[in-house]
Design a binder for this molecule. Structure first.
Ligand SMILES: Nc1ncnc2c1ncn2[C@@H]1O[C@H](COP(=O)(O)OP(=O)(O)O)[C@@H](O)[C@H]1O
Ligand SMILES: [Mg+2]
Length: 355
């Protein structure tokens, strides 16, 4: 992966009449990167990708592909390609004809087209005999691979995906996630992948850009976003989480041992602690931070158990432990604890900005 950005977005704004869908956003995408753009429905993901592929023009701002400004270049003149959710293949034509279609549009000679199609079949791990097979004789997964082969036909620099797997069933989605990741590795191309599924983004991407209401909330590798979310919104978007409001180094209901007291002295913000970082303490056992409550409900997650623990005068806490460390069901009083290394403090500015 190169360090030079292949794509640069600068102060990009998109307005539809009075409504602003994108608020002057910036983004650098590295050459060869797999970037996932994640966000709730209506956050502006499709609007952004439409500007990037040239299906629409920005109201303000610029898009650069390496050294060329491309935001006014028509879609068919850009070295980028969009893979849609609906595959838009020609069902009565052959696999070969479908893959060659973009090359035919570009007036590539038939022999060259066929050679390229066969190369792409191999890349997508489809047998060469599929060249003559009709699309409507292919399975769902095979069609998806043909669509990918077609997207790669004219060797685009960047491939864009707008929720390509969201209409598929779970098993096929999981298989294709792996194949897409693998295809990315083998082609070395830049993939920009929109999804509302965080899980999908986490499995496949090098970095995740989290979008909210037409802005990026955070852009970082998944592990970093998970461990160090910049806002409450991101923390909650990244799965089950416990958030505690800290004022001047104190959180009502939490007992800080010396290490935590030193760490948090004078601090104000939101303390983020993931459920798997909270332990159920044995009598006499100590932790940097301790709190207590009564188990309200339990929920089995395969080898783990998730508890909701009610607390007096405070929000419930979610705890996730290995099944062998389970301590009993609803009604049982528990003491919980976590270490300072499991804590992340969100600054109040970031929290307010996200509100
Ligand atoms: N052509 C349009 N005219 C007016 N509003 C639009 C248009 N396209 C999108 N929007 C609005 O912009 C916002 C972002 O939409 P979209 O980019 O499709 O979100 P996402 O893909 O994240 O679900 C939504 O509020 C949507 O209603
Ligand atoms: Mg969309």
């Amino acid at each position: 992966m190169g360090d030079q950005p292949i794509l640069r977005i600068n102060a990009l704004t998109k307005r539809f009449n009075e409504f602003t869908a994108l608020h002057g956003i910036d983004l650098n995408v590295r050459d060869g990167e797999f970037l996932a753009i994640v966000g709730p429905s209506g956050s502006g993901k499709t609007t952004l990708i439409r500007l990037l592929v040239g299906m629409d023009e920005p109201t303000e701002g610029a898009i650069w592909l390496r050294d060329s400004r491309i935001d006014a270049v028509p879609a068919n003149k850009r070295p980028t390609c969009m893979v849609f959710q609906s595959l838009a293949l020609f069902p009565h034509r052959s696999v070969g004809q479908n893959i060659e279609f973009p090359l035919k549009l570009r007036k590539v000679a038939p022999a060259t087209r066929k050679a390229r199609a066969l190369e792409l079949l191999e890349l997508l791990r489809l047998p060469a005999s599929y060249y003559d097979k009709r699309i409507d004789e292919c399975s769902g997964g095979e069609k998806q691979r043909v669509a990918l082969a077609r997207a790669l036909a004219f060797d685009p620099e960047i491939l864009f995906f707008d929720e390509p797997l969201s209409a598929l069933d779970y098993r096929l989605r999981k298989t294709l996630e792996k194949e897409l990741k693998d295809l990315h590795r083998r082609t070395g191309k830049t993939f920009i992948y929109i999804t509302h599924s965080l899980e999908e983004a986490m499995v496949m991407s090098d970095r995740i850009a989290i979008m909210k209401a037409g802005r990026f909330e955070q852009i970082a590798p998944a592990a970093e976003i998970y461990a160090r979310p910049r806002s409450r919104f991101v923390a909650e978007f990244m799965g089950e989480v416990n958030l505690f409001d800290m004022v001047d180094g104190r959180v009502p209901g939490l007992r800080f041992g010396p290490r935590a007291s030193n760490l948090f002295v004078g601090q104000t913000g939101t303390l983020v602690v993931r459920p798997e970082s909270v332990a159920l303490l044995a009598p006499g056992e100590e932790a940097d931070v301790a709190l207590e409550g009564i188990i309200e409900s339990e929920y089995l997650l395969g080898s783990r158990v998730q508890y909701t623990v009610a607390r007096e005068g405070a929000a419930p806490v979610t705890v996730e432990v290995l099944r062998e460390n389970a301590v009993g069901g609803p009604g049982a009083p528990v003491v919980m604890g976590f270490g300072t290394s499991a804590c992340h403090l969100i600054a109040p500015e970031a929290r307010d900005a996200a509100a």
